[in-house]
Write a protein that binds this ligand. Structure first.
Ligand code: HEM
Length: 439
């Protein structure tokens, strides 16, 4: 008998037969498993790797907040990621992570971000002016491209040539595709020396690093003062030594800001478009608020905020995350050994019927009726605890400005096509096909 009390779940043998169903649709698989076993279940992978998956708000909060010191980012994800994307905030651990987080955090405070709003807003206006109108338009690739441009502009407030922009965008998506495959099909690693896939991916990662290196080189010789995230990274100094980051560290963090910030925001905006298109009332209310406010003031638009929260509740771009126990731990009668991987399942948390009324319904008003919901343990769109999203204020501002600029000009209606969920690293819609008309 095991000396640990793990929750019920799948044995290593059962996992072998369930892997395909899991990979086909991880969210549905986890939801079904929870209907079978309850809000927390376990699985054993390989010889003895224990995994616990949970949508229990108290357990998630315990891991991410109350006992966060006993948890680190799981090796399973981060080892692969660091090779491709460098050792930036999202994947680093321990003292190195803490040092970097302390250094970078001030640049993302609300007050500091105000300096970036002009760049974000200008970039949004340029894109919205070119937004197509007509029927059956898949807005997903457009929103994806726009949000990439906004992020690159906020990182480097220079005119990055269109060709470089495209190269960066394509290289990033190729790297992400390889990364997902690498994580989902670890056994294929054996054939990499023959297919050369890994070598190609590493060469692509080098392309991105070289582009950033050139931009940094130019910046260091420039006499102009910029108000972008690159200047923030270059000028931040460690508290203890008073020194700046090494160039390679700056590049690591730039890459991670793009990796963590791009798809998550693009997916959130795309899901919001779909939800708003299907709910006339919310669109009318957003349009009414938009008329009364400037784009900058949209950050305080109460209804818009409720719509954003409700969209992120139903379709959290970060639909899950992963941690690994540093030492043996226990929680409410459960006990588990060190190196157990714990997966907080945010999608399940946000639709848990015990804690949310009409959990699957798009009902923004719930956040106005009870503002405490946005701060509760049942709602973690940006994670929780010390590793909570560093870019949350930036993301909220970008989404609010985008929606304000869009609904000042256009209306949208749904089509018969319902977006399907693709839960890879982030939760993305396969397509968001809408009818768009000018106001
Ligand atoms: C709607 C958009 C976004 C969502 C839903 C989101 C969600 C999250 C979540 C849930 C985490 C925590 C992951 C964990 O605990 O393992 C996280 C971390 C992070 N996010 Fe975001 N994010 C968004 C936008 C952004 C943006 C715009 C940036 C940067 C410009 C960004 C940068 C980061 C970074 C660097 C981390 C790692 C923080 C650390 O570990 O210290 N995110 N994000």
């Amino acid at each position: 008998m095991s000396k640990y009390n793990l929750p019920k779940g799948y044995s290593a043998f059962q996992v072998l037969f369930k892997t395909k169903a899991f990979l086909d649709n991880p969210i549905i698989f986890m939801k079904n498993s929870m209907s079978k076993f309850g809000d927390t279940y376990s699985a054993t992978i390989g010889l003895n790797q224990k995994i616990i998956i949970t949508q229990d708000p108290n357990f998630i909060s315990y891991i991410l907040k109350e006992n966060h010191k006993n948890y680190k980012k799981s090796k399973f994800l981060s080892e692969n990621a660091v090779e491709l994307f460098g050792n930036g905030l999202l994947f680093s651990n321990g003292m190195y992570w803490l040092k970097q987080r302390r250094l970078i955090q001030p640049g993302f405070h609300k007050e500091k971000l105000k300096g970036l709003y002009e760049i974000v807003i200008n970039s949004i206006h340029v894109s919205i002016n070119k937004f197509p109108i007509g029927n059956d338009i898949d807005i997903f690739p457009l929103v994806h491209k726009i949000s990439f441009t906004i992020l690159i502009k906020s990182l480097f407030d220079i005119n990055v040539p269109e060709t470089t922009m495209e190269l960066l965008g394509n290289t990033f998506s190729e790297l992400q595709t390889f990364f997902i495959k690498d994580v989902n099909k670890p056994f294929e690693k054996i054939i990499y020396p023959f297919t050369g896939e890994k070598k190609k991916a590493l060469a692509k990662a080098k392309v991105v690093r070289t582009i950033f290196k050139d931009i940094i080189k130019e910046r260091k010789t420039s006499k102009i003062q910029f108000n972008d995230l690159l200047d923030m990274l270059l000028n931040s100094k460690y508290e203890d030594t008073g020194l700046e980051m090494e160039e390679e560290q700056v590049i690591d963090e730039l890459i991670i800001l793009i990796f963590a910030g791009h798809e998550s925001t693009a997916n959130t905006i795309s899901w919001l478009f779909y939800l708003i298109a299907t709910d006339k009332e919310s669109q009318q209310k957003i349009a009414a608020e938009t008329k009364e406010t400037t784009i900058l003031e949209s950050l305080n638009n109460e209804y818009l905020k409720a719509v954003m929260y409700e969209g992120m509740r139903l379709y959290p771009a970060a639909w899950m995350t992963g941690r690994e126990t540093i030492e043996n731990d226990n929680f409410k009668g459960l006990s588990f050994p060190k190196n157990t991987i714990i997966v907080p399942f945010f999608y399940g948390l946000h639709r848990n019927k015990t804690n949310w009324e009409d959990a699957d319904k798009f009902y923004p008003q719930r956040f106005l009726n009870d503002p405490s919901l946005a701060k509760s343990k049942n709602f973690f769109p940006f994670g929780a605890g010390p590793r909570m999203c560093i870019g949350n204020n930036f993301a909220i501002a970008e989404i609010a400005f985008f929606l304000h600029a869009f609904f000042a000009k256009f209306t949208i209606t749904p089509t018969t096509q319902i977006p399907q969920m693709k839960s890879l690293i982030t939760l993305k819609p396969d397509k968001v096909v809408l009818n768009i008309a000018r106001l």
